[in-house]
Design a protein around this ligand. Structure first.
Ligand code: NAD
Length: 278
């Protein structure tokens, strides 16, 4: 998809008073050094067994091995703490400041990089949660809190200490705290994940940019299907063909940009900027 075509699409959206929504997945953070769930880095050993992320990130696993699951999350937390937002994240923050209420961001990432880059929490729908937050595993209340002070990222083989185990207890009921993320054996809801809000955003979207997601989860596919059904335009940015690229190619005017996110999003931001100046 060349710049002229992108420019025509954006010009049409701006002239019609339409809204731009961006849906991101792990691919946008891959260039910040945070591995996606598809590479070998996600594998984790508990006792003599090797597990995949799709097995580690489950309620069932947490029930059986809470300490091991926490150890895996604290390793992932360390990776996120050591990462910086890249030019793709920065471009999205600038797009929000250019478009204001005509912009929304729906992200499956839990790494906090969009907010660190400058997107607002109001217009960022973190539909899989955020690894920097916790809540009570027993749900004695439904509050979401920042990680307790004293809990920080760990190296791959570092075990959690007795002091950390204490800190990872709910201060009200004494049960385990859990990472504030949607696990693979759980379902979306509005309270924790703003799922209904994200679908409402999709209903008002004229142009959907899908960035670095494989389409493995349900709500992102629903978001894209909603935009498609309302004859919105879909552009997919990914290194590999995927369910969103196929939908984008079928959508009116839309298409697939098979390029890295960190190079493509600044290009789209620059076109948007030039249109808003004229
Ligand atoms: P995924 O790992 O299933 O897929 C990643 C996608 O990104 C792939 O389609 C890949 O081709 C694409 N990609 C990789 N590098 C890219 C680049 N530079 N530019 C553009 N595209 C690129 O990720 P997913 O679809 O987000 O779903 C996995 C689940 O794992 C989600 O639920 C998410 O919450 C979680 N997760 C989050 C993070 C994070 O927060 N950074 C990291 C890993 C997994």
């Amino acid at each position: 998809m060349d710049d002229t075509r992108i420019k025509n699409i954006l010009a049409g959206v701006l002239e019609g008073g339409g809204k731009l929504t961006v849906l991101t997945g792990a691919g946008i953070s891959a260039e910040s050094g945070i591995p996606t769930f598809r590479g070998p880095e996600g594998y984790w050993t508990v006792g003599s067994k090797v597990y995949q992320p799709q097995q580690m990130a489950t309620r069932e696993m947490f029930k059986r091995h809470p300490e091991h699951v926490w150890q895996w999350y604290l390793y992932r937390l360390g990776v996120c703490q050591g990462a910086e937002p890249n030019s793709g994240h920065a471009a999205l923050a600038e797009m929000e400041s250019l478009l204001g209420s005509r912009f929304a961001l729906i992200t499956q990432n839990v790494d906090n990089l969009h907010l660190r880059a400058g997107n607002s929490s109001q217009r960022t729908f973190q539909i899989h949660g955020n690894i920097f937050f916790v809540r009570c595993f027993a749900e004695c209340r439904q509050a979401i809190s920042p990680l307790p002070k004293g809990i920080t990222g760990k190296g791959r083989d570092e075990k959690i200490t007795a002091a950390e185990k204490e800190l990872l207890r709910c201060p009200l009921c004494g049960n385990w705290l859990r990472p504030h993320v949607l696990w693979f054996d759980e379902t979306y809801n509005e309270h924790y994940y703003r799922a209904a809000g994200a679908l409402n955003v999709a209903r008002e979207t004229s142009l959907l940019l899908v960035v670095g997601t494989s389409g493995a989860t349900n709500l992102p596919l629903q978001v894209a299907a909603q935009v498609y059904a309302a004859s919105g335009i879909i552009i997919d940015i990914n290194l590999e063909p995927n369910p969103f690229s196929r939908l984008a190619e079928q959508s009116a005017l839309g298409g697939f940009i098979q390029q890295p996110a960190a190079a493509t999003l600044p290009r789209i931001r620059d076109i948007l900027k030039s249109l808003l100046k004229t």
